[in-house]
Design a protein around this ligand. Structure first.
Ligand SMILES: [Zn+2]
Length: 458
């Protein structure tokens, strides 16, 4: 399909602050260059825009400012400045950039001024001499000799697209993984929440702009075997709402049909798998609040298990250490305190055992063996353990076999999200799987004990 980025559409996407002249130039460049870089689907375009909006401040900042107060310097570049140094550099953008970007990414030392010359530019905020060289070559402009050109609209768009291609970001956009796209662009997860928000917002704008296709009175009817951009829009929308549709390929196949029927059932419509006016209206009106608050909709809707509050645990689960069953783990875990011991079954209370099994399965499907190892999800800190709370009189939730600890060494009891490993964005989905079934993370709700998840509310 071809996406046409009109200026009014780009205005909606960019927000109010960008100038008309900029938007006209950018829209023009995008229409000319999107197709050759494969930005041809709503999904890819929404990821591209979501990132660019954050990088360029809604297409308003085309050269990184680098004018910081002493306080900000200490916050933004804590490893580069002592308090005294920060005072000496404050308010001197040239000095600041030359110093913090010096001696890396192909830049010379501070005195060379490279750090300032090759500071963030364009819509993706291209930074460092080596990148100016590489992506200048990719678009046929000598950006090393003429760094200011990186801020011109046409070059900025082409550089961003070349960068996008170089990092294979269409691949991650197709998988709809804002985290992965972010990590590749940013090197970390700066502004991840904002990037997710913007990606979703742009997607809604773009989907509203896609007309239903096909001639005749049934123009808006989509059903099995229909193909085209309207189907792609439908698939994106279903996916956004949490329904598994498989690939977003514009081809209305069995998975799409299944997702449509599921959606229809969930909203009191006749589950015929045909998208007509009623289903369309529902699809357009269901509120979504982005990935932060996914609807708990699964392929087999069971409704989340309801677990008791902590104080009702004895009444709900019964005697401590009783009613246990050994659940089978879909991946091998290792005992965190003795890595030579591997574990394939763990005891859990029978009232939450099914739920835990389902969640482990989803974790396994989502991350796969290698990621599970890399992330330390396979490090078991303990499940059933009849004992008192550390430093307290009450019984630990582990006493009923309704809690699991992961990787205790990297998620120590008193560590907050600044230190705990499982507080990092890569674990977002891990926690969502638990939370969708009604489990509770003490880390996510109280910001301590990030190793721990339990089948009881606070
Ligand atoms: Zn625990």
């Amino acid at each position: 399909m071809t996406l046409t980025i009109t200026k009014p559409l780009l205005r909606k996407i960019a927000g109010r602050r960008a100038t008309d002249k900029r938007l006209t130039e950018l829209a023009d460049a995008m229409n000319r260059h999107f197709p050759e870089y494969g930005i041809t689907t709503v999904l890819r375009a929404s990821h591209f825009f979501g990132q660019m909006i954050v990088e360029s401040g809604g297409f308003t900042v085309f050269r990184e400012n680098m004018n910081y107060s002493a306080t900000r310097l200490l916050q933004v570049f804590p490893r580069h400045f002592t308090t005294a140094q920060a005072r000496a550099y404050a308010g001197k953008p040239k000095k600041i950039a030359s110093y913090v970007y010096g001696n890396r990414g192909g830049n010379g030392a501070e005195q060379s001024g490279d750090g300032y010359r090759y500071r963030g530019a364009g819509i993706i905020h291209l930074t460092f001499k080596a990148n100016y060289r590489k992506f200048g070559q990719a678009v046929g402009v000598d950006l090393v000799a003429n760094p200011e050109k990186a801020a011109q609209s046409d070059i900025a768009v082409r550089v961003a697209l070349a960068f996008w291609k170089d990092l294979n970001l269409n691949h991650y956009a197709d998988a709809d993984e804002v985290d992965d796209v972010t990590r590749r662009i940013n090197g970390g997860y700066n502004g991840l929440q904002e990037r997710i928000k913007q990606t979703m917002r742009v997607r809604r704008i773009l989907l509203n702009g896609v007309p239903a296709q096909g001639p005749g009175p049934h123009a808006a009817m989509l059903r099995r075997k229909t193909k085209g951009p309207a189907v792609e829009a439908l698939q994106s929308r279903l996916k956004e709402l949490g329904y598994p549709v498989g690939a977003i390929d514009g081809d209305f196949g069995s998975k799409t049909e299944k997702a449509v029927k599921h959606f229809q059932r969930m909203h009191g419509l006749t589950p015929d798998g045909i998208v007509g006016p009623a289903t369309n209206a529902k699809l357009a009106n269901v509120e979504i609040s982005g990935r932060d608050d996914p609807s708990p909709i699964r392929e087999t809707p069971k409704g989340p298990a309801v677990f008791p509050r902590q104080r009702d645990v004895p009444q709900f689960y019964g005697a401590r250490g009783q009613n246990q069953r050994r659940i089978r783990l879909p991946f091998k875990m290792r005992l965190a305190w003795d890595l030579s011991k591997s574990v394939s079954r763990v005891p859990m209370h029978e009232k939450c055992a099914d739920s835990a099994e389902r969640i482990f399965k989803r974790i396994h499907e989502h991350y796969g063996d290698d990621e599970i190892k890399r992330l330390g999800i396979d490090l078991l800190g303990g499940t059933l353990n009849v004992r008192r709370i550390r430093g307290g009189a009450g019984w630990s939730m582990h006493s009923w076999g309704i809690a699991i600890d992961f990787d205790p060494a990297h998620n120590q009891l008193r560590w907050g999200r600044d230190r705990a490993r499982f507080a990092q964005p890569e674990y977002e989905q891990f926690w969502k799987f638990w939370e969708e079934e009604g489990w509770l993370s003490l880390g996510r709700s109280r910001n301590f004990d990030w190793m721990h998840v339990q089948a009881a509310r606070l």
